[in-house]
Structure formats: C-alpha cells, structure tokens
Design a protein around this ligand. Structure first.
Ligand SMILES: [Zn+2]
Length: 209
C-alpha cells in the first residue's frame, strides 16, 4: 500500500500546485466567459482533490465513510476527473476562439456582418474591398484592418461591433484587435453611416501573452 499512498500523495500535491497556479493565471485574463469557465474548472478540481484525499485516507487504513468502499470512492473520483478534463477542454476552446478568432473567408465574414447590421446584400461588394487604418496609442504603429478582420477576430460579433442609432444617424463602432508587443489590444474605432473611418478611442488591453 505504501507505493499507492505515495502516488496519491504526489497527485494531490500536483493538484494543489495547479490550483494555485491557475488562480494566479486568472488574474491576467479578461476574456469573456473564460473567467467563469476557469472558476468552474477550479471548483471541479477542488472536488477531485477531495476525492483523492479520501482515497489516501482509505489507503492509510481509515475508512472514514462507513458503507462506502474504496472502489466506489475511486470510481467517483475518476468520473470527476473526466468532468475536469471535459470542462478544461471547453474553456480552452473558448479562450482559443476569443484569442485567435474564426477562420472564415472575407466573403463569409462580410455576409455575417451584413446580417448583423441588417444591411442589404448588395452593400457587401463595396464593404469587402475597403481597407482602413487606425493607429495604436501604445506602440504607435499603424494597424491595418478590414471589416472582415473585425468579424473574424470576434466569434461573438456583438462583442466586436457595436451599432449606435441616434438622431437619425448610424455610427458603427469596431473593436480592432491588434497584437501589441506582448499584449493583445483592442482599438475602438468609429465609422460613419457610410462605413467610412471617423475617429478612434484609446485602446484597451485584452490579454497579456
Ligand atoms: Zn500597439
């Protein structure tokens, strides 16, 4: 039993280390929905740790929960470990999508934009060709972008494009993603009703890499 006890002990140690490391990593992440996901992963991790802890106590010769065998506890802990892997996978998928965006063509991105903005399909041909430029207030570099780029970098289009209707005119706010040294930043750029560049606001941090 000594060998098994040792293995479980090392496992618990690693899980505790992961929990602290994950909490530390969370402080730098501002990705929508990912933070809630991480919290869920951590909660499951605590239960997995608890399961391993009980197994360890059983292995040391103290069956602390009467009527429940070591096999049952082990089976539950393995099931929880599976939940842990699945939830971790989902969170990573959300993070990757948010960070790297969607891999869709200019045409499909523009179709998505037209639907979202409730614009006629014939507008697509003009929009697809338009190239714009903003400047990053942090690294001072010029950032080239198209509307398709903005759509691609925001899987949830509502978070990348905000349409303002006011006093008979429409403003389009695009959140242009830009890799800025060791950060990914977003530059809020405003376009007029004809989708021409109007002005930009100070950029904001999305994530430090
Ligand atoms: Zn920059």
């Amino acid at each position: 039993m000594l060998f098994e006890t040792l293995i479980i002990g090392v496992g618990i140690g690693l899980l505790i280390a992961t929990l602290f490391l994950a909490s530390f990593m969370l402080m730098n992440i501002k990705i929508e929905r990912a933070v809630e996901g991480w919290v869920l992963v951590q909660a499951i991790l605590v239960f997995v740790m608890l399961g391993f802890g009980i197994i360890l106590i059983y292995l040391l010769g103290y069956p602390i929960i009467p009527l429940v065998t070591l096999e049952t506890i082990t089976a539950f802990t393995l099931l929880l470990s599976t939940f842990l892997i699945v939830s971790l996978y989902i969170v990573l998928w959300i993070v990757f999508r948010q960070l790297f965006g969607l891999r869709i063509s200019d045409k499909n991105a523009i179709i998505k934009f037209l639907r979202f903005a409730k614009l006629p399909n014939k507008a697509g041909g003009i929009i697809i060709k338009k190239k714009f430029q903003a400047s990053c207030d942090k690294c001072k570099n010029k950032v080239n972008y198209t509307i398709a780029d903005v759509v691609r970098s925001h899987p949830d289009i509502k978070r990348g494009i905000y349409i303002e209707h006011g006093l008979g005119e429409i403003n389009y706010n695009f959140y242009v993603r830009h890799q800025c040294e060791r950060e990914i930043r977003e530059i809020p750029v405003q376009h007029d009703a004809k989708l021409e560049y109007r002005n930009q606001k100070p950029s904001r941090l999305v994530i430090r890499i």
